[in-house]
Design a protein around this ligand. Sequence first.
Ligand code: 6PG
Length: 627
Amino acid sequence: MNLNSVIFIMGVSGSGKSTIGKLLSEKTNMPFFDGDDFHPQSNIDKMTNGLPLNDEDRKEWLLTLNELAKKQLQLNSCIIVCSALKDSYREILNADIQNCVKWVHLKGSFDLISQRMKKREDHFMGANMLESQFNTLEHPLNALDINISFKPSEIVKSIMKFIEVKSEFGLFGLGVMGKSLSRNLAQRGFRLSIFNREVKGVEEDVAINFKSKYNELHNAQPFSDIKAFVNSLQIPRRIMLMVNAGETTDIVIEDLIPLLSEGDILIDGGNSNYLKTKERYDYLNSKNIHFIGVGVSGGEEGALNGPSIMPGGNKEIYNLVKPYLENIAAKDANNLPCCSYIGEEGSGHFVKMVHNGIEYVEMQLLAEVYTIFKTMGKNPDEIADILESWRVKADSYLLGITIDILRKKDGDEWLVDKIVDKAGNKGTGNWTTIATAKLGAPSTLIASALFARYISFYKEERLLASKNFNIKPSVFNIDSDDVLKAYQFARIINHYQGLKLISEAGKAYKWNLNLSEIARIWTNGCIIKSDFMIELISVLKEDDNILKHNSIIDQIKFLKPSVNKVVSQCILNELTVPCLSESVNFLNNYITGRSSANIIQAQRDYFGAHTYQRTDDASGKFYHTNW
Ligand code: 6PG
């Protein structure tokens, strides 16, 4: 049994502590220690001479047992039998480990025990001392009292039932996010089992060490043994996987399947691909194991203090994990949890993926704003000051952290100037771009932001090309208020495109999504939380397409001249602003009632007889011309 507990079996001499302790040890595989074996010689001498031990005699002995208990806890669990008659003795035994100690008190009448004592002539303690033991005994309040007149096997059964308190929620994987979520769950009073694999010399005792670092985890059961972890959970088991998305998730699922029971629930809290979530959902369903794919946003801090949570899967099954997820989620302005059932299958992970796509664009736009001001000759502190002033009109989490980043010094210099200009990614922007292409939804800014990251990675080629072409941005000046307006404009387009993609996915996959509710759970806890997101809650109540909403149309009209000015200045001055410029192009394309697509259709028909429809035939009939 893997409980991370010390079971102290106490009672007066002759109550059968050793017999019960050994039997319990056999049943549970927990190591057994007889407290009497740890007496200093001076104590043994005293007792064999028929002299009672005083408190001073006992102190050293109890401290030794406390040390033993602590040492065993590092390894996992143990059983220690010891008379521990007084509260003050038990306090010493408990010191520093009270949350991991379980007390079992073997109780019997004076007559019964003295009869038993008389039969045990080998014991160094005479039966005549029993009376003083009964006089000394202070009844423990927090112990399991067991009547020793029962059969030893029954006594052991009761003890096992008592110590086997099952956890209600399991957290698998103690990386940065897993640790923060565990602490968040524990802080809200949930009884947890936490697991991290053991890799000798690399990852050892991760769960035990983690538990010992944080007070709130005092009730948590730590494991590096997967079987013990699974067995420590109440049925149906609720296990949240916080492991690297991709192959690792499948490996972990395969490791868990043989240990799970029908009806157990796996919750994947990683940034998994929504298509894989659907596959895993179906696969586990065939084994009668439930699967909930959960998008979690907010990074380490969000996970600890309240992330935004996007769960997808079967609604009834979600209801079984809802109290945990809603409890740990961030709260919106009305104190409602930023966690809401999204829809069937992989919809939770889909929405999280698009969240990340929007995140990529929001980040890229701030990078473009930075490059504009930098080209205008401003230093990072000056840029931070300008961005600070934008908070009144366009505040967001990402704006806030960008201000902090710009102000951060490394010695006398700005840290940001020392960071290599190659932007990494973990794949969610890539998936969003694939999804947008697949679903025929034009989330062009997400693609632009993704490709900007990819181009950034061609560092050596860029350096060479900058020499070969020798075209460099020239210093130019534009009003910083125009830059703010351009930024606001592009953000509206970004949110339109991201939400449009979600709406198209909802239709294609029949997910029945509520976009206003999605915006609501993105108003706190997540990376893309912003004042604009709060505004979108009511906008989306009217229509999934935010560009149909009058207030948004008015804003776009108001901001458009500025974004035109900023983007054209950037182009004229050789400065790359892929998302800002794409936002203008996209809107211009979107608001063109009669576009140039007639030429494309004619070309397709010319070389491939793909046919076209005519403006003068409302029936929608398809024509072919012999060009
Ligand atoms: C979040 C973040 C988080 C993570 C991304 C970063 O919502 O908390 O989006 O999920 O930071 O994985 O993705 P990239 O590494 O692709 O930038």
